[in-house]
Every structure is written in structure tokens, then in C-alpha cells.
Ligand binder design. Structure first.
Ligand code: M6R
Length: 366
């Protein structure tokens, strides 16, 4: 049942080239520059005139929501707010019939996310779901939705469901941009052609597994770990930190790299591993200065870099390469080595990777 892998989590990490491909199947037409999302088709007209999108989710799904915020704002130019479902439901949020709420949930059974949907629905919002489990409670509560089609996820730590959620959000951002006319067909042809190739690039990213295992062995006894990134690398950092803490029980925090100087920098010494998302995109130079700040304080730097990078290699203690890609697709690739890093650290620490203590696969209580 684990398909020759030691744990479900590892099997699910390795399934990602296929799960991301399945998620895009029948939805993208690169040569025409067209995205088709049957699940939300009946709202195509409404999407042309919405003022705002609110994304509600918990845990890893909330991180996917943050990636969605970057993509939707960048391409569809619609303002997005990302909310923890548990906080949103207990505020008195301002929601109108003009709002679209996107609820993201792997299981489709998360109590807080369900309650947030019910409240937004009562106030007249249109609710879209992004869910992995067909026929679960959330897809039944929403007005429309897009399934992630990642297949069953058994490991409590979400891996392939996260990348599938990010894939759906990428498709939604492009779909909304297409509806609103904020993107040209030629740009869509270019982006979709590249997106179509992302599964192969995920496969390449997985090939760093042996190196990642070596890095894991070097930092497995740490008691703390920081994950830093900028732009859409920030939610990737948050997700890297959550994965590490939930399965290895190492205290980890994700931060926007520039926020380091407002507090976390005080933590840095030779005992502190700092994982940077340092790929070559618009924030590359800025991330390099953040790496220098950590090195100046003798922190141990592990950097996720673009294939062929030479700059970061001069500074970092360990570099893990991922294939080059448009910034829009960075989260889909940079997440992969972080999943493997957490996995190997947890195994080396003798942790129960698939069933971490105190956690359940679906959190059906508030
Ligand atoms: O099923 P959901 O996506 O609604 O679950 C939300 C969180 O409970 C979930 O993502 C949790 O944070 C995972 N264990 C993270 O790996």
C-alpha cells in the first residue's frame, strides 16, 4: 500500500509530478492560451466584476491561500485577503453579496473552515471551495468549486494536497485574469506552456533527495530552525516551518526574510539553522543581503537556489538546487526540497512521520 516507500508521506511526496499533472488535466490549453474551470464556470460573468476575494482556511491550506493571494493579485488584479478560518468566524467581518470567498481544505471536513463558510454564506457571499475529497462536507456547502484531484493523502502532514491546492489557485488566478482581461492571450500561452512543464521540473527537484538527506543529518539535532523567504517564497517558508515542527518536533518558524531584523535576528548563533528560499527571482538580491546578515552572526545557512546558482553558493553552508522557472511557479518547486528535508530529519529523530503525536488528519472539532 505504501508502494515500496517506507512511509505514506514519502510516497505522497514522490507522487507530486503526477498529482500536479492530474490537477491540471483538461483545465489548461497552453497552445490556445486558455484555462477552463468547469466547476466555477457558471460564475464566469460574476468574476468580471468582483471587488474582493477572501480566502479562508487552516494550517497548510492557509499557506496555499497566501500563495493564491500573490497570484490572484498579480494576474487578475483583484484584492485578496487571506484569513485563518478560526479567526474569521469569530469576528464580525464585513462581507457583502459582492464578495467571493474561497475556502481551501484538503479533507473538506475542517470544523473552523465549515463555520467560516456558513457565516459568509448567510451574509450573501458567493463561496468557492478548493477541496481534495469528493463529496466531503465542504464541497456540499459551497456554491461552486474546483477539486484538487491529488488522490487520497494518508500522511497527516500535507504534501501533495498542498501542491495541488497551489496548482488550483494558479489556475484560478489565470482564469480570473482571462475573464477580467488583465492578461493577454500571448502571456497566457507563455505561462501555461511553462506550467504544463512543472511536473517534469518537480521530478527534477525530487532528484536532490540524497543531498537533502545529507543536509538533514547535519541539522537533525537542532532545537530550533528558521525558514525565510520573500514574495511568494514567504508562504513557502511558513509551510517549510510547519512541516518541520509537526513531524520532527523541532521548533521552527517561518518569517518574511526582511522581518528578520525586527526581532528573530536576535536568535541567530552558530546553533541556529536558517533555511532560505533564495531562488533567482525579483527578490534575489535582497535575499542575498539577508543571507549575509545571518552568516555575519555565524548562523548555518541552508539555501534553496536556482540550478546553476553561483552567488548564494559562495555564502551558504548547503545549497539545494531546483530548476529555474517563472516566479509564478516558484512555490510549486521550492516546496519539494523542504518536504524532503522535514521528512528525513523526522525519520532520523525516530519520529512517527505519518502519525505525529497530538495531530489528526481531519480536525473536525474547533
Ligand atoms: O483538511 P484541511 O486542509 O482543512 O486541514 C487543515 C489543516 O488541519 C492541515 O493543513 C494541517 O495543518 C496539516 N496537518 C498540515 O500538514
Amino acid at each position: 500500500e505504501k508502494g515500496g516507500f517506507d512511509h505514506f508521506m514519502l510516497k505522497e511526496i514522490y507522487e507530486q509530478p503526477r498529482s500536479v499533472k492530474d490537477c491540471m488535466r483538461g483545465r489548461i490549453y497552453p497552445e490556445k492560451g486558455k484555462v477552463q474551470l468547469g466547476g466555477i464556470k457558471e460564475f464566469a460573468e460574476k468574476l468580471k466584476n468582483i471587488d474582493r476575494i477572501i480566502i479562508v482556511a487552516c494550517g497548510t491550506s492557509w499557506h496555499a491561500g497566501l500563495v493564491g493571494e500573490y497570484l490572484i493579485e498579480e494576474y487578475a488584479r483583484i484584492p485578496v485577503e487571506v484569513e485563518y478560518a478560526s479567526e474569521f468566524r469569530y469576528r464580525n467581518p464585513i462581507i457583502t453579496e459582492k464578495d467571493v470567498v474561497i475556502a481551501i481544505s484538503q479533507s473538506g471536513e475542517t470544523a473552523d473552515t465549515m463555520a467560516a463558510i456558513e457565516m459568509a454564506k448567510e451574509r450573501g457571499a458567493t463561496i468557492f471551495g478548493i477541496c481534495n475529497v469528493a463529496g466531503a462536507s465542504i464541497p456540499r456547502l459551497t456554491h461552486a468549486g474546483v477539486y484538487t484531484h491529488a488522490g487520497p493523502e494518508i500522511g497527516v502532514a500535507s504534501t501533495k494536497a498542498f501542491t495541488a491546492q497551489v496548482t488550483v489557485l494558479t489556475l484560478m488566478a489565470f482564469y480570473m485574469a482571462q475573464q477580467k482581461g488583465t492578461i493577454t492571450t500571448s502571456k497566457l500561452i507563455e505561462l501555461l506552456t511553462e506550467l504544463d512543464n512543472i511536473p517534469e521540473k518537480i521530478q527534477v527537484a525530487l532528484e536532490s533527495n540524497d543531498l537533502i538527506k545529507e543536509v538533514a543529518a547535519k541539522i537533525k539535532d537542532s532545537t530550533n530552525c528558521l525558514f525565510l523567504g520573500r514574495g511568494s517564497g514567504f508562504p513557502v517558508a511558513l509551510e517549510g516551518a510547519l512541516k518541520l515542527k509537526e513531524i520532527s518536533y523541532i521548533h521552527a518558524e517561518g518569517y518574511p526574510a526582511a522581518e528578520m531584523k525586527h526581532g528573530p535576528i536576535a536568535l541567530i548563533d552558530e546553533e541556529m539553522p536558517v533555511v532560505f528560499i533564495a531562488t533567482q527571482n525579483s527578490s534575489y538580491e535582497k535575499v542575498i543581503s539577508n543571507i549575509q546578515e545571518v552568516k555575519a552572526r555565524k548562523g548555518k545557512v541552508i539555501a534553496i537556489v536556482t540550478e546553476g546558482d553561483t552567488e548564494v553558493k559562495k555564502m551558504a553552508d548547503y545549497c539545494i538546487e531546483i530548476p529555474d522557472a517563472n516566479e509564478a511557479f516558484l512555490p510549486l518547486l521550492a516546496t519539494i526540497p523542504l518536504q524532503l528535508l522535514s521528512y528525513h530529519i523526522a525519520v532520523m529523530r525516530g519520529c512517527n512521520v505519518d502519525q505525529p503525536r497530538n495531530l489528526a488528519k481531519s480536525v473536525t472539532v474547533e
